[in-house]
Write a protein that binds this ligand. Sequence first.
Ligand SMILES: Cc1cc2nc3c(=O)[nH]c(=O)nc-3n(C[C@H](O)[C@H](O)[C@H](O)COP(=O)(O)OP(=O)(O)OC[C@H]3O[C@@H](n4cnc5c(N)ncnc54)[C@H](O)[C@@H]3O)c2cc1C
Length: 416
Amino acid sequence: MDVIVVGAGITGVAAAEWLRRDGHDVTLIDRLAPGDAGQTSFGNAGILARAAVVPVATPGILSKLPRMALDPDKPLFLRLSYLPRLIPWAIPFLRNSTPARVAAIAEALAPLVTDSVEQHLALARGTPAAAMITQGPYLLLYRDREAYAADAASWALKRAHGIEWAEWDRAEIEAHDPAIAAEFRFAAAMPDHGWIASPARYVAALAAFFTEQGGHIREAEVVDIRPSESGGASVTLAGGEELSADRVVLAAGVWAGRLAARLGHKIAMEAERGYHVMLSNPSHLPPSPIMVEAAKTVATPMADGLRFAGVAEFAGIDGAEAEAPVALIRKQILQLFPGLTWEGETVWMGRRPTTADSLPLIGASPRAPGVIFAFGGQHLGLTMGPRLGRMAAGLASGGGSNLDLAPYRVDRFQRA
Ligand SMILES: Cc1cc2nc3c(=O)[nH]c(=O)nc-3n(C[C@H](O)[C@H](O)[C@H](O)COP(=O)(O)OP(=O)(O)OC[C@H]3O[C@@H](n4cnc5c(N)ncnc54)[C@H](O)[C@@H]3O)c2cc1C
């Protein structure tokens, strides 16, 4: 088949490469080059978060929101002028925070994340990208055991999905990394995790391999997407050129909502914006990634330095970057590693594609059966990208899935 994949972030590159391996003639279209800083896949924390079965909205979130939004030391930033436009997403988002919904969403997230290291290894095997997959433990740091105990519901959900971890006290934290600030006296150490040493170069290397093996890449903006009478679909590029294919995979991250709207879909998805501060030549690199649980900031040792990534900001896809989230991340750097020094730093903002139920959209559009949706990976889009891409490739090829796809239905927000 001729297949077009729209979007060359981790999800689209994975879909394109799995389709190519399946013997299809694949064209990957993106307005940016794979690995460009405008992709969300460029600047994430790089974690293959196989234990992350807990959705973004959890019980009690409504009561915590006002304090989180007003306290400049909390990692939530709301732009007041954007609030009215956030409401259609925020209402179903909050409805999804009941214990019953959280349990059901965790059930649907688990098969997308728990084998993520294996999914990345399978995608990258035989390509230069494989060298960028690093394996080791992932630490979630708490001030003390009481703070960890306050998170018991999340840990119970992880345990229910087969996740294991070790409980470390200060001595074990110090044995692992003596540079961690003394105020952190408890850690949950999760073994068998993975992280990507350079998310941007990883995506670029996968895309380069795809073209070397016969795949095509086109740098262009897609402005429309339509079903064709033959059961396939076509895309219109800026400038008016129209390209037809037997199948189109829509893997355009948070921007996919705009193209899906051209087909009449309404999708409760927001740009949950996050930032990173990348430190070059730091005086210390931790042996493995660390998340400071209260701050939700992740410190990841990468090929080019130490990356601190985190915060959630709601200001729309196109809203200007802000200072306050970066100031908070800067403060957290020295809170985690007092005395750390570095030579240079770069700052980046990216847009997590976060749906109101924390689940991605995977499947054919009922309005255009030749169009397969594969987006909405929220905080976990790098983790689940190869899996989503592989599922989309299978669906585009006419294969089924041994997974119940109902939770990921592309029209579920419409029906609600
Ligand atoms: C601060 C931060 C930290 C994160 N940390 C992690 C982490 O540690 N682990 C994890 O799993 N996830 C993490 N994430 C989330 C993860 O980065 C994203 O979910 C993931 O990158 C989404 O990948 P994608 O391929 O769906 O989208 P993208 O990478 O955004 O790619 C979409 C592509 O579509 C293209 N496109 C869009 N519209 C069009 C159009 N009309 N025409 C042509 N091209 C188009 C864009 O140019 C872009 O290249 C983090 C995110 C942020 C912001």
